[in-house]
Design a protein around this ligand. Structure first.
Ligand code: HEM
Length: 157
């Protein structure tokens, strides 16, 4: 296989590592931050959820897509016909839709609330309810990503 293929596959895998790494690690430190009940800590953690999404999730997605489609192109694969590629794309789109239409709107609302309770207001009950939805949605969104990882490795079909 060509060198450009290897470089693009490396870029793809760096993206996978950033993306999966950030979604799993963020859930843990956010849970622990929320459990402190301390508005300053919770508000700081909420701000980092937004920041790490920009640093890691966003760039993870960019590297994954550029490297993945680039490697497929370099190897002459058909991204609309090769079954394992198509299924990975479907899983990726599914995870992306959950993230974009459920998790990001929750984060935006929580970030807004966190700004007010960091300034001294009480933590609203809605913040905790949204937090539970966010963790549940995050877990559900991780499943298609794990499925895509398996599909990419096993290449069924
Ligand atoms: C969105 C569209 C995607 C495209 C076009 C794509 C494309 C590719 C290509 C061309 C390879 C190299 C396969 C080989 O060397 O035989 C690859 C490998 C891999 N991809 Fe993807 N991929 C996509 C999504 C994903 C996703 C969402 C994940 C996981 C979250 C993922 C994880 C992996 C892994 C772990 C490998 C290494 C597997 C191996 O070489 O045995 N990919 N991908």
């Amino acid at each position: 296989m060509t060198t450009s293929y290897d470089v693009l596959k490396l870029v793809h895998l760096l993206g996978v590592v950033l993306l999966l790494g950030n979604v799993t690690v963020t859930a843990i430190w956010k849970l622990y931050a929320d459990a402190t009940q301390d508005p300053a800590i919770i508000a700081f953690a909420q701000r980092l959820v937004t920041l790490t999404d920009w640093f890691f999730t966003f760039w993870g997605i960019v590297l994954l897509v550029v490297g993945g489609y680039g490697a497929a192109w370099a190897a002459g694969m058909d991204v609309l016909r090769d079954g394992w590629l198509v299924w990975a794309e479907v899983m990726f789109a599914l995870a992306g839709a959950i993230w974009l239409f459920m998790l990001v709107p929750i984060q935006v609302r929580q970030a807004r609330m966190a700004r007010s309770f960091a300034a001294g207001q009480p933590i609203p009950a809605a913040y905790r309810r949204l937090g539970r939805f966010w963790i549940a949605g995050g877990l559900v969104a991780t499943l298609p990503l794990l499925a895509a990882t398996w599909i990419m490795i096993a290449k069924p079909g």
